[in-house]
Design a protein around this ligand. Structure first.
Ligand SMILES: [Fe+2]
Ligand SMILES: [Fe+2]
Length: 139
C-alpha cells in the first residue's frame, strides 16, 4: 500500500495542480472548437495550437512526476500514451506550416476529442482511481 505523500514538500505538485491543468486544457479545447467551427482562422488556430502544445508538455511532465512519486504500476503504458499524443501534436504543428490545409481544423478537433479527451477520461481517470484506492491523498 502506498504511503501518503506530502505532495508540495516532496515533489512540489499537488493533485489540485493536476486538476487545474485539466481545467485549463479544457478551456483551450473550447477556444479551438469555437474557432474551428466558424472559419478556422489559421492565425487564431495556430496560436491556440502552440499554447496547447506548450501546456500539454508541461502538464504531462507534472503528471509523470506525480505517477513516479506514487509508484503507479501502470506508469509505462500511461507515459507511452503521452508520448504518442505529443507526436500527434507535433505532427499537427508541422501541418500548420502548409498554407491552405483545409483539413487542419478537422484533424485538430479529432485529435482533441479522440486523443486528449479520451486520454483524460480513460488513462488519467485510471490513475486517479488507483491513487484514491491506494490511500494516496487526493483533495
Ligand atoms: Fe495523462
Ligand atoms: Fe492529464
Amino acid at each position: 500500500m502506498t504511503m501518503p505523500i506530502n505532495w508540495m514538500t516532496d515533489i512540489g505538485i499537488s493533485f489540485d495542480d493536476l486538476n487545474n491543468d485539466h481545467k485549463y486544457l479544457f478551456g483551450i479545447f473550447d477556444r479551438i472548437k469555437k474557432v474551428s467551427k466558424q472559419d478556422c482562422d489559421p492565425l487564431i488556430v495556430g496560436t491556440a495550437l502552440a499554447e496547447l502544445n506548450e501546456y500539454t508538455t508541461d502538464h504531462f511532465r507534472r503528471e509523470a512526476a506525480m505517477m513516479k512519486a506514487c509508484s503507479y504500476p501502470d506508469i509505462e503504458i500511461h507515459m507511452q500514451d503521452h508520448a504518442k499524443l505529443e507526436r500527434q501534436l507535433n505532427h499537427l504543428l508541422s501541418e500548420m506550416s502548409f498554407e491552405g490545409n483545409d483539413n487542419l481544423c478537422t484533424n485538430l478537433l479529432n485529435f482533441i476529442e479522440k486523443g486528449l479527451v479520451d486520454h483524460k477520461l480513460i488513462m488519467d481517470k485510471a490513475f486517479y482511481t488507483w491513487a484514491g484506492e491506494n490511500e494516496t491523498i487526493i483533495k
